[in-house]
Design a protein around this ligand. Sequence first.
Ligand code: PMP
Length: 438
Amino acid sequence: MTDRNDDLFAAARSVIPGGVNSPVRAYGSVGGTPRFLAQASGATVTDAAGTTYVDLVASWGPALLGHAHPEVVAAVQEAAVRGLSFGAPTEGEVELAELIAGRVQAGGLRPVERVRLVSTGTEATMTAIRLARGVTGRDLLVKFAGHYHGHSDGLLAAAGSGVATLALPGSAGVPAPIAAQTLVVPYNDPDALAEVFAEYGDRIAAIIVEASAANMGVVAPRPGFNALLAETAHAHGALLIFDEVLTGFRVHSAGFWGLQVEAGESYLPDIITFGKVVGGGMPLAALGGRAEVMDMLAPVGPVYQAGTLSGNPLSVAAGLATLRLATPEVYTRVNAAAARVSTALDRALTHAGVVHAVPHAGNLFGVAFAPDAPHDYAAALAQESARYAPFFHSMREQGIALPPSVFEAWFLTAAHGDPELEKIEAALPAAARAAAAA
Ligand code: PMP
């Protein structure tokens, strides 16, 4: 039986490549027809056939407060009436930059003195890398296998065969000489890091790292690993670009960095990138760092970066409203909801006899069909990922929307209350049995 989602997917595929505007939406790894969403409110999303699901995707992270929070929507509506885009500076941009800089503080450290607003996480990381190259006068970039920083050329680079090898393109259309500017290193591996710096140290402009990996499933940094990155980069005259596009303002009001510093780690990234929550569901991202580094950007410095829609007034209004509403109580609520769902997930899979781990990084978690939480990309890939499709579809049939890939985090929001959490808990045992049968 087909429904409105199937009809729309057929129509979409004839006019949009693969029927989607971002590949993971196509359900490639779980199979079936993607749900075309018509509406989202609080903890739920409703598809084009009129079916409502408890949502654990949260637009891949932005909806910290829940979908379409009335005060965020009102702020965007009010901004829209005043004008959709100016291409000129606005008061709201100043307020948002001040808010970001003010929030990212912990342990007496304050890594963000200046902020530049852009429209997507991809732009933020791309700009951060150009900035690091401009500051250091060097070309090479160290990134970690399995980490995602957006789709710019050098960041899609895939690991070569050895530890300290120049990377391969990772996507058609990426020139090999550009990919070769990226060195891909296994995550959480101090020896591999030391090896790459021993060989290329004086040519490396920056290390880029997800604050905690969450795009190969959730893979937390080992204790001290992020501090080691800062120390290693700085010892070689390179910068540390800390990608908090996914984690920033979600795991803690000062980001994953803030969470770690409060827990006793001490390190200072040079550039931090933000996205998702900072735009409250609108296209907005940012990079921040100390003044001396950030002032290398045009128009003050020689590193060029620009954007017609940068600091768009509607996006800024959504970001401001979201961050102002993201109080300590919101984090307490999201943390508690995440703990409750992850506990129920673990229990259901244990009960069904499925080999699994529930990896955590702050309030981020996911599932891994492996005996231990993976600590790097090779381990993440080695899991029994075929168990995820039946698990996902069972949850969907029971009215729960999970991310359509085992390599994505599950996102809770402050709008997930008892009824939604109970519905998730009630659905997990049957989904776990479906995973067991795979
Ligand atoms: N960095 C990280 C850590 C991300 O998770 C993402 C997107 N999921 C990006 C960068 C790219 O952001 P965008 O999709 O907004 O370009």
